[in-house]
Design a protein. Structure first.
Ligand SMILES: NC(=O)c1ccc[n+]([C@@H]2O[C@H](COP(=O)([O-])OP(=O)(O)OC[C@H]3O[C@@H](n4cnc5c(N)ncnc54)[C@H](O)[C@@H]3O)[C@@H](O)[C@H]2O)c1
Length: 450
């Protein structure tokens, strides 16, 4: 599925018309492709507090060139506006800011950069997680970073994105893995997000195939987001089992053949689903992606059990039941990772989608409730909440709603299945343990529920 307006707005004629009439001009987003060598193809600029030196060290492994403001050490040349490359990525360590007056350092650092960035630039601000701060003024100051980073994300042009990453005490070793995702085109449709990295014993170390040898299950894998997830997990080294309803047999078999994966035709709401799944996974599974989902939209006034029940059954009850079965039968490998596909609708609610929103909000609660037991095994359970993604599901929407869904985000366009898949693949890495229980929106900073 494509968004023809993005193509038009980026054509020569389209640019002129869009500029003259004042229409939205969504950028053509850069995405990851197999020929890329590094996460940052271009200059990475680091600045701010004590973590800047660590970032410069890690970045040598994934950025083409690293600069700093102010000068950090002899290995990291100073950047200035008149000389040196335009930054493709920026990391600013704000973790040492402790008073509201010090927040002005953010303005001083970012203002000269705003017109100097490359298209599709990536910005990450690092902060200190609140549990490490006992002084209320310091907590207030760190909390202020949320408003700043989300506003910065809305002011960046040409497909630029910005995120805030709070780092808890003892979690510094998890920052590199997060930066490799958030500074690369893999996070093209992730913007205005706030995440906290917490200490975890496991890390992602095997670049560039971080899932090598891992066994993964993806439900709803025959098409759309699920097919993209399966493809991306396989690209990153996982052995994938693709699951979808028996009616999707042909698409599932074709994808399985292409990826060297195995296919499992199963309705996840059937009474035998758990036993058939366990039988199909005799060696267990390390990564479980609960992606299968359906919508049956009706306003609450017109809702009937025929619309309500299947949505709750597929989107919420089946992931709960299947996860429980995998845990009870010890079918999850050591340090298992579970990723749940929620939706921004589950965060914001949506007219005509009370059933779907309830199910998708329930998944966020599921991750929060299960985070502790999974952490005890070195594992994690996290939720990905996509915004408007170009798939069969959104293609069925009425034209006006579809257009509104596409444009009502800071990036002014819908995302691609690959954008969600890249986020899931990141959260399927061992380092996801640092994000256990959290929600990552992949929504182009959608205005819904933001
Ligand atoms: N497309 C979007 O904009 C969007 C936004 C937010 C969240 N999501 C979520 O992302 C996930 C994937 O969405 P999509 O757009 O790719 O949808 P899609 O309709 O294109 O694909 C969903 C897949 O799930 C399978 N499925 C449905 N019921 C099943 C069942 N009972 N057992 C096994 N498989 C079943 C379908 O056969 C299909 O292959 C869903 O959970 C959806 O709610 C999508």
């Amino acid at each position: 599925m494509a968004d023809p307006y993005v193509r038009f707005a980026n054509s020569e004629l389209g640019r002129r018309i869009v500029g003259a009439v004042g229409l939205p001009s969504p950028a053509r987003l850069e995405r990851w492709h197999s020929q890329r060598q590094r996460e940052v193809e271009g200059a990475l600029l680091v600045g701010g507090g004590p973590l800047a030196i660590d970032v410069a060290g890690w970045a040598a492994g994934f950025a083409e060139a690293v600069y700093s403001v102010p000068p950090l050490d002899p290995a990291t040349p100073a950047w200035s506006q008149d000389q040196g490359q335009r930054p493709k990525a920026v990391v600013y360590d704000a973790s040492a800011l402790r008073t509201p007056a010090e927040l002005q350092q953010l303005m001083a650092f970012f203002q000269p950069l705003l017109r100097a960035l490359e298209p599709c630039a990536r910005v990450v601000i690092l902060g200190t997680a609140e549990e490490a701060l006992s002084d209320p003024i310091a907590r207030v100051t760190q909390r202020a970073l949320e408003g700043f980073s989300r506003s910065l994300a809305k002011e960046l042009r040409d497909g630029g994105t910005a995120q805030l990453l709070y780092v808890a005490e003892g979690a510094k070793d998890q920052v590199e893995g997060a930066l490799r995702f958030l500074l690369s085109p893999k996070s093209a449709y992730v913007s205005g997000q706030v995440l906290t990295l917490r200490p975890a014993a496991v890390h992602t170390t095997q670049w560039p195939r971080p899932l090598e040898g891992q066994r993964a299950l993806v439900t709803g894998a025959a098409r759309g987001i699920g097919a993209a997830i399966a493809e991306t997990l396989a690209r990153d080294g996982a052995k994938v089992v693709l699951l979808d309803v028996p009616q999707a047999h042909a698409e599932l078999a074709a994808l399985a053949a292409r990826l060297g994966a195995s296919a499992l035709n199963l309705d996840i709401t059937s009474s035998e689903a758990a036993s058939e799944l366990l039988a199909a996974l005799p060696e267990g599974v390390d990564i479980v992606v609960h992606n299968a989902g359906i919508t049956r939209d009706k306003t609450l006034a017109n809702m009937t059990p025929e619309f309500w029940d299947p949505v709750i059954a597929v989107n919420l009850e089946a992931p709960l039941r299947l996860t429980q079965a995998l845990i009870e039968h010890k079918a999850l490998g050591p340090a298992p990772r579970i990723v749940l596909l929620s939706s921004v609708t589950g965060i914001a609610g949506n007219r005509g989608q009370a059933n779907y929103a309830a199910a998708k909000a329930g998944l966020i609660g599921f991750a929060e409730a299960m985070a502790e037991p999974l952490a005890a095994q070195g594992g994690s359970i996290v939720t990905v909440a996509p915004g408007f993604i170009e798939t069969n599901m959104t293609d069925r929407m009425p034209f006006a709603l579809r257009e509104a869904g596409r444009r009502m985000s800071a990036l002014g366009q819908g995302g691609q299945p690959q954008d969600v898949a890249e986020a899931v693949a990141w959260l399927a890495q061992p380092g996801a343990a640092a994000l256990n229980g959290q929600v990552l929106r992949v929504c182009g900073q959608s205005f819904m529920g933001a």
